[in-house]
Design a binder for this molecule. Sequence first.
Ligand SMILES: C[S@@+](CC[C@H](N)C(=O)[O-])C[C@H]1O[C@@H](n2cnc3c(N)ncnc32)[C@H](O)[C@@H]1O
Length: 116
Amino acid sequence: MDKSIRDMVAYKEFNLLSDLKSLGKFDIVFCRNVLIYFDRETKGAVLEQIAQLLPNDGVLFLGGAETVLGITEAFKPIPNLRGVYRMGDADDSLANALSAVAKARSEPKSKLETDI
Ligand SMILES: C[S@@+](CC[C@H](N)C(=O)[O-])C[C@H]1O[C@@H](n2cnc3c(N)ncnc32)[C@H](O)[C@@H]1O
């Protein structure tokens, strides 16, 4: 990755079980394969904290085997995008757009596209 982009990244260790507010705000959170270590109640508490860091059109990526279902109402699954969630009280426009792109990409290519 280009250095100008790398320089925009801040790396730091952080315990998800602490208060997340000091991390600031995010448009997208990738929290993949970490919730697996926590019990249901703790998963809910962490997810609700993450929701506080995101805007209404924010997106959360979890691991493919993880879910928010039955744990919190703070996030809702985006159809056709496994492991990707939108804010629970957001309007559906971004989620619908992402879902449509994912669906289109998963459909078989036409013969012409395949040949090219
Ligand atoms: C299975 S690894 C997943 C790593 C990476 N996200 C991925 O999907 O490849 C789980 C990670 O969760 C981190 N982890 C476990 N408990 C944590 C906590 N309380 N706060 C922050 N990270 C934690 C571990 O240090 C480990 O790096």
